[in-house]
Design a protein around this ligand. Sequence first.
Ligand code: PTJ
Length: 254
Amino acid sequence: MTLIPKSHPRAKSLLIREKLVSGFENGLVAKEGLLAQGRGEAFDYLLGEKTGRTARKAIKAAAAQILLADFPVISVNGNIAALCPREIVTLAKTVNAKIEVNLFYTDEKRKQNIVKTLKKNGTKEILGVNNSSKATLRGIDSARRIIDKNGILSADVVVVPLEDGDRTMALRKAGKIVITFDLNPFSRTSQTANITIVDNVIRAIDLLIDSCKKISKKNRSALQKIVKDFDNKRNLSENIIEIKNNLSRRAQFA
Ligand code: PTJ
């Protein structure tokens, strides 16, 4: 791994990039995952590389929605396994969720590497790896259609960080509540999910864990109110306005 000096003005961003690069070198991340990270970085730059007010609202709604779930499942792909495996395991333990590996660019070896990484980070049960429990999600043709009947197929709430629009739509059609992390507020996933956290997953995941812990003692009706008061479309519009205001501020000093 390249040594990035802490004093570098873009050290944080470069360190995230390094996680992806070493994830690629260690057989976790697809080549295309590096491009996905680049697209994310561009949007993160527009967001000012910080967690905004709209992301915080979505995080709170997501926490309430996960706590209300009967059967929450977190879907993990190559990028997530490289960026935040420990946090995914912590989140799953905090809210008693299952973890399922689900890849867009299907590759058995990469899937096994992801499983190993998640196990190293403290989880025992990982779904999406057993041929005998394979099921198919209707309405998509990509490899993401292969899901686990003991996981996503049975879930009521599915967390899908860095997702593609097709599966989000198919999951919604299958009656699932979908929560996503996506730096691009315009993406089909962002627009289709029930709750979109427009933030870098690497910043937002810890905030989501904290929020789950913080509101876990609330009763169901208080949690339901948090979810009911959240409107994803409105929040995405406010997020786009946040970006616009951020750019206008920057333009004044250009
Ligand atoms: O490991 P696989 O085979 O399942 O493949 C995973 C990727 C991410 C390559 C695959 O799902 C893919 O191609 O995704 P897309 O269609 O490029 O979408 C990724 C979305 O995530 C884009 O809208 C990016 O802006 C966004 N994104 C990228 N990095 C981050 C991010 N959102 C939050 N945090 C990030 N670090």
